[in-house]
Unconditional design. Structure first.
Length: 377
């Protein structure tokens, strides 16, 4: 097992041409946005934030924005067939359309990235209402996924023009301690990891900070390769997975088959108290992958001292891994739709900046048990 932490090139003299302030929101195209919004509120503890649809002058779609701390999800559904959103759902099922990134200058972000070869999704537009203006632009990334660049420094409304504030005084589920997007992982096709790594390097100025080959990430059956891409300032991290040859079908292949192409595999959500967060999510019906309880028998020998009691970690199935900067606790949900595609990771970092390599084997064996139950192994 050896992963490579790559030396970062000397970039001190190169200014970051795409300074990202973080993830602005994650937008999902879904079959029923009203019910999806309710799921993220009731199960994940988001609050109602804003709504756009026919009542706000948007004739072809309905969007619900929900928020928890710095985490904003937008659930969007088409109102009629025969358009980009409806086609996306027909092809992929419910899934992530946009990993939207906060910038100080959305026009410049679009110019810099398209000049470097990005395919434009949306030329810069300025959206205005009485609360100010939001400038938005966008480029394509893998599959039908996009990055929107969001400039909102001159906006004081609930979310953005076109939306109206949305509250429900009778339904305010308690939050579950989810704070912000830690990282978003994309699954790409055979031999496509390196071209997408190059895209993030050349077009967005990202650096490859970590690589895993198929020796790191393989079990008897499932194998994949992964490279972690990070924005210049480290605020945005996008690991990219591709399948690798194993005895049977890789979990990435299963995703590609059911998503019908490349797309977002998981979004990792940060918490400061994973035991509390996971207990809350489970009690509200979120299902997680379960590793065998033997995982905990020699856990402390593997990771050394941790602040948490072992009993609740074992009870909830929370995984622990250590790198040379500290440790992290993590847990992965089962897919949150009927296709075995998108899932969520819950992560608490205690110094570690890595992604839980030490858990890959136990985790992938758990994934394979699920794959086998679906008849897809
Ligand atoms: Fe992850």
């Amino acid at each position: 097992m050896s992963s490579t932490t790559l030396p970062t090139k000397n970039t001190a003299v190169e200014p970051d041409f795409l300074p990202l302030e973080g993830t602005d929101y994650v937008e999902f195209y879904v079959g029923n946005a009203k019910q999806a919004a309710h799921y993220y509120m009731s199960a994940f503890g988001f609050q109602a934030l804003a709504y756009a649809g026919p009542e706000t002058g948007v004739k072809d779609k309905a969007s619900y924005a929900v928020r928890q701390h710095k985490l904003t999800f937008v659930l969007t559904t088409p109102l009629r067939p025969g358009n980009e959103i409806a086609d996306h759902i027909y092809k992929h099922g419910d899934g992530v359309k946009s990993l939207s990134l906060r910038v100080n200058d959305a026009a410049k972000a679009w110019e810099e990235t398209t000049r470097r070869g990005a395919k434009s999704y949306l030329a810069p537009v300025t959206l205005k209402d009485e609360e100010g203006e939001v400038v938005m632009s966008g480029i394509y990334t893998y599959g039908d996924t996009i990055h929107l660049f969001i400039e909102r420094k001159n906006y004081s409304g609930a979310f953005m023009p076109g939306y109206r504030a949305w509250t429900n005084p009778h339904f305010k589920p308690a939050d579950t301690g989810l704070l912000y997007v830690d990282h978003c992982v994309g699954n790409v096709g055979w031999n496509q990891m390196n071209p997408w790594v190059k895209f993030y390097e050349d077009v967005m100025g990202f650096k490859n900070i970590l690589s895993f080959d198929d020796d790191d990430i393989s079990t008897e059956y499932s194998a994949l390769m992964s490279k972690v891409m990070s924005s210049g300032n480290g605020f945005v991290k996008f690991p990219i997975n591709e399948p690798a040859e194993g005895k049977k079908k890789s979990q990435v292949e299963e995703y590609l088959e059911f998503y019908n192409g490349e797309g977002v595999q998981h979004v990792a959500l940060a918490t400061n108290d994973i035991v509390k967060t996971v207990r809350e999510l489970m009690s509200r019906g979120v299902e997680f992958l379960k590793v065998p309880t033997t995982y905990y028998d020699d856990l402390l020998d593997r990771v050394g001292h941790i602040d948490e009691d072992l009993a609740p970690l074992r009870e909830l199935g929370i995984l622990v891994d250590r790198d040379n900067e500290g440790y992290l606790l993590q847990l992965f949900s089962k897919p949150v739709e009927d296709r075995p595609t998108l899932f969520f990771e819950i992560i608490q970092r205690k110094g570690a900046k890595s992604f839980g390599k030490g858990n890959f084997k136990a985790l992938f064996e758990a994934i394979e048990r699920e794959q086998e139950a679906r008849g897809n192994l």
